[in-house]
Design a protein around this ligand. Structure first.
Ligand code: HEM
Length: 465
């Protein structure tokens, strides 16, 4: 019988956190986190609900129980800031929705909210459909290609088009596709470097700086050009339109720097996350013929020859279960917070300025909440299941005030791309060796070469009614 995360357990007096085994002198648990991150993090649920680890000399507390993670997230963020990782990232991405907390975060969230709903979402679906058709059109039947690279690129292109629908020339888009992956990986690597190392003239640092300068120039260019335009009130807005329309209490617009910080953050937060989920969803669909058949059958029944729209996506209920299961099985590996003041979490007293780690991956792979957690089973999400999954332990997009602002955009984009691809293609693994899960900012495959085999079309995306 599956358990439910229970936060009404009797509390005993405060005790210290348990320490994770296997820490080394000086470096602590950093080697385990660097070399076998998922295995190490997953092992901590059996150690305790709040487990003390050491990131070199810095202690951090890993929260493994869903009820405590909810308490960390849901009441709001008056007790916590975003922690070490986001503090370091803000050196490069500035003050944005992803790095801020408290009043500044509330203001930014209010300003950005409308850019992720309504007509913006419908326009995003149309853009993603068109971009996915271009990607599929670039595949040669029978010739292997790197699915993970194509899906990351598709996700990045789609987010970039939704940020600045007009003003994105082919040249600028090519530049974004070249430089953003360097920044995405570079920022994460630099958060783990000792202070000052990123200023040394190593080839990696020079490449990173070149890409940062190129992206800064490009984004500043687009912002300046857009500000000089007279906006067409009939044109479908993009995220940049919303950002430029923001006014503070004194009626002043955001500075170019403030808009740049949000744009860079959204490109980072929205691209490889979406790309990784798309890659894994396709991998799982084509590994399980009954799932593939069910997806194609539904596409045929629901869409037939009709065009793919935001409204019609909501009728693809089996595809929705496939996506729910993909973000359960392959979620973000870890997120950080830091206490602003002493806090009691469960039975553990944490001091002020304590670094906290929680992991959707740990929660989603804990068999107390999700039986047979490594098994890919979309039917766990069927409403008529007698043993429904523990919703409280399910946080693929976080929870509370910082819940992912791009969640609906990501889910709609993933469903759109899957519908377009699965309606005409079957993908076969091009290599025999097993695929390894690698945890960086996302959980992604070490590589995923696939061979496309066209199948008779279900009709999706061919008609334009
Ligand atoms: C499948 C794709 C995605 C996944 C799995 C994902 C996951 C997450 C998670 C777990 C958080 C919570 C972080 C925290 O609590 O600190 C988050 C926040 C955020 N995400 Fe996403 N995300 C996805 C797509 C997107 C997209 C498409 C965008 C925008 C283009 C986006 C922008 C953001 C932003 C700005 C935040 C910070 C929100 C805040 O603090 O108010 N994400 N995301």
């Amino acid at each position: 019988m599956m358990q439910k995360p229970d936060d009404t357990r009797p509390r005993s007096p405060a005790a210290g956190p348990v320490s994770a085994p296997g820490g080394w002198p000086v470096v602590g648990h950093a080697p385990a986190l660097l070399t076998r991150r998922l295995e190490f993090l997953s092992s901590l649920a059996a150690v305790g609900e709040v487990v003390r680890i050491r990131l070199g000399p810095v202690p951090a507390y890993v929260v493994t129980h869903p009820a405590l993670v909810r308490r960390l997230l849901v009441p709001g963020d008056q007790h916590y800031d975003r922690g070490l990782l986001m503090e370091k990232s803000s050196t490069w991405f500035g003050d944005s929705l992803l790095t801020s907390y408290g009043e500044s975060h509330r203001r930014q969230r209010r300003a950005l909210r409308s850019a992720f709903t309504g007509e913006h979402l419908a326009a995003h679906v149309r853009r993603v459909r068109d971009e996915t058709q271009k990607v599929v059109g670039s595949w040669t039947p029978g010739r292997a290609f790197a699915l993970d690279e194509h899906m990351n690129d598709l996700a990045l292109t789609s987010v970039a088009r939704s940020l600045f629908s007009t003003g994105l020339t082919t040249e600028k888009l090519a530049s974004i596709r070249h430089h953003m992956p360097v920044l995405f990986r570079g920022v994460l690597a630099r958060t783990a470097m000792p202070n000052g190392w990123d200023r040394l003239p190593t080839p990696g640092n020079l490449r990173f700086r070149t890409s940062m300068r190129a992206m800064d120039a490009l984004v500043n260019d687009v912002i300046t050009a857009r500000r000089a335009e007279h906006p067409d009130p009939e044109a479908p807005g993009d995220v940049l339109t919303s950002l430029l329309a923001v006014r503070d209490d004194n009626g002043a617009a955001l500075s170019v720097r403030a808009v740049r910080d949000q744009v860079m953050t959204l490109l980072v937060a929205g691209s490889e996350t979406t790309g990784a989920v798309l890659t894994w969803a396709l991998y799982e669909i084509f590994r399980h013929p009954p799932i593939e058949d069910a997806v194609r059958r539904e596409l045929d029944e629901v869409l037939g020859n009709r065009d793919l729209t935001l409204e019609r996506l909501s009728s693809l209920t089996y595809l929705e279960k496939v996506i729910s299961e993909t973000v359960r099985r392959y979620p973000v590996p870890f997120i950080m917070r830091r206490t602003l003041r002493p806090v009691r979490l469960g039975e553990v007293d944490l001091p002020a300025h304590a670094e906290i780690v929680f992991s959707p991956y740990i929660l989603h792979h804990d068999r107390r909440w999700f039986p047979q957690p490594r098994q890919f089973d979309p039917d766990r999400w069927s409403p008529d299941r007698s043993d429904p999954p523990a919703k409280d332990a399910y946080i693929p997009f976080g929870a509370g005030v910082h819940v992912c602002i791009g969640r609906r955009m990501a889910l709609a984009a993933i469903a759109t791309s899957l519908a377009v691809i699965c309606s005409t293609q079957r993908l076969e693994p091009a290599a025999d060796r097993p695929i390894r899960e690698v945890a960086t900012g996302t959980v992604h495959p070490d590589r995923m070469p696939m061979i496309p085999r066209p199948v008779s079309p279900t009709g999706v995306g061919r008609a334009t009614r």
